[in-house]
Ligand binder design. Structure first.
Ligand SMILES: NC(=O)c1ccc[n+]([C@@H]2O[C@H](COP(=O)([O-])OP(=O)(O)OC[C@H]3O[C@@H](n4cnc5c(N)ncnc54)[C@H](O)[C@@H]3O)[C@@H](O)[C@H]2O)c1
Length: 351
């Protein structure tokens, strides 16, 4: 087999990035789209001249090789497990689930049915992220002492009022951490290393219409001795460039959005820019690396390899997020590995 039959489930905002990546990839053939909202399914089906469905079971019955899951967070586990049971490979959007229990069920289903599960964290594929990861792993920064990240974006009330799932603990699974900051949290733990324990606080300070956090901070102690600082909010005045700095004994490396600056003592500063095709489908702050990750996922399936961001790897960012929620709710430090109590849900943070 050198071409995969692919279906996209969920035809909302992010689907445009997936659909463009699928139809422009020679390793894939788009065979169906699906959305529970008939007008969205129809619009995507007609735009790409493929059959469209409103019930994902009808898509799975077609037995595509791969499904992309672009639906609300709380549906990822159900859809993934159903696809795995039909022997279909799954590439799901972040976060892989709203709880670690659901993430574990997804990982188990993929293993039991011998299918490949991948989780989208496209920013790992940005040249800037790869350059900073390489600077750390090669030892050029020396022993890592600290890391700090800032995500300060803008999500007005209308962002939530227009959605039937955002702003809720049960469907979105949280607010600024699980939806927006999770990308940078994933990069932080991927670049700095395993977390030992963390302590976090969160609040809802400006969004009266939602139950979840719109601001959070955390202090993270990594197993290698580094200390991390996290701040995220989505009531800033615009989507400011995300910031992640890694501080080593020999220098610092900074990622700002899709650019990197690496400063090593006694050496000229290195700058890494986003390379190649800058055509942006979707929002620019989503980055441009979906198509790189999607292509690598297809190649991994065709060559029988595990993807770089498989279920276990995708779970790490969710564990980081859920540990913050648990610590912020209980006031306790959370040690890793974090096994959250079954059914744990933070209380409503609405004032
Ligand atoms: N990687 C990124 O940069 C990035 C960017 C945006 C969104 N996302 C992720 O993509 C996912 C979707 O986000 P979005 O902004 O596109 O949401 P959205 O609400 O715009 O779209 C989701 C769509 O899924 C449909 N849907 C819901 N349940 C369904 C079901 N059971 N079967 C079929 N369709 C169903 C909805 O009707 C809706 O059209 C989320 O996981 C989100 O976090 C990722």
């Amino acid at each position: 087999m050198d071409q995969l039959k692919v279906a996209v489930i969920g035809c909302g905002n992010v689907s445009s990035v997936h659909l463009a990546a699928v139809v422009n990839n020679p390793r894939a053939q788009l065979v169906a789209v699906c959305d529970i909202k008939p007008e969205r399914a129809q619009a995507a089906g007609e735009a790409y001249s493929v059959p469209y469905f409103t019930d994902y079971h009808d898509v799975l019955a077609l037995k595509p090789d791969v499904v992309h899951i672009c639906t609300p967070h709380h549906t990822h586990a159900e859809l993934t497990i159903a696809a795995c049971e039909k022997g279909i490979h799954v590439l799901t959007e972040k976060p892989m689930a709203v709880s670690l229990h659901d993430a574990d069920r997804m990982i188990t289903a993929a293993a039991e049915h011998n299918v490949t599960l991948g989780v989208i964290f496209q920013n790992r594929y940005n040249p800037a992220s790869l350059a900073v990861k390489q600077a750390v792993e090669s030892g050029r920064l020396g022993k890592i002492k600290g890391a700090r990240m800032f995500v300060t974006w803008y999500r007005p009330d209308e962002y939530y009022s227009k959605s039937d799932w955002k702003g809720t603990w049960d469907k979105e699974g949280g607010g600024v951490l699980i939806d927006q900051a999770i990308h940078t949290m994933d990069l932080m733990q991927w670049i700095v290393g395993e977390i030992d324990y963390l302590k976090s606080a969160m609040a809802n300070r400006t969004h009266d219409i939602i139950d979840v956090e719109d601001v959070a901070e955390a202090t993270i102690h990594f197993k290698n001795g580094a200390i991390g600082s996290l701040y995220a909010c989505n009531f800033y005045t615009y989507d400011a460039e995300v910031f992640l700095e890694v501080h080593g004994e020999l220098g610092t490396a900074v990622i700002e959005k899709d650019k990197a600056r690496i400063r090593i003592q006694g050496q000229p500063e290195e700058r890494v820019y986003a390379e190649g095709d800058h055509e942006v489908v979707g929002k620019s702050y989503w980055g441009v690396s979906h198509k790189v990750q999607i292509d690598e996922f297809y190649q991994d399936i065709l060559n029988g390899r595990r993807p770089q961001i498989d279920g276990d790897e995708g779970r790490k960012a969710l564990e980081f997020v859920r540990a913050c929620y648990y610590s912020a709710t209980t006031g306790e430090a959370v040690h890793f590995p974090f096994n959250e109590p079954l059914g744990f849900t933070p209380p409503s943070l609405t004032k």
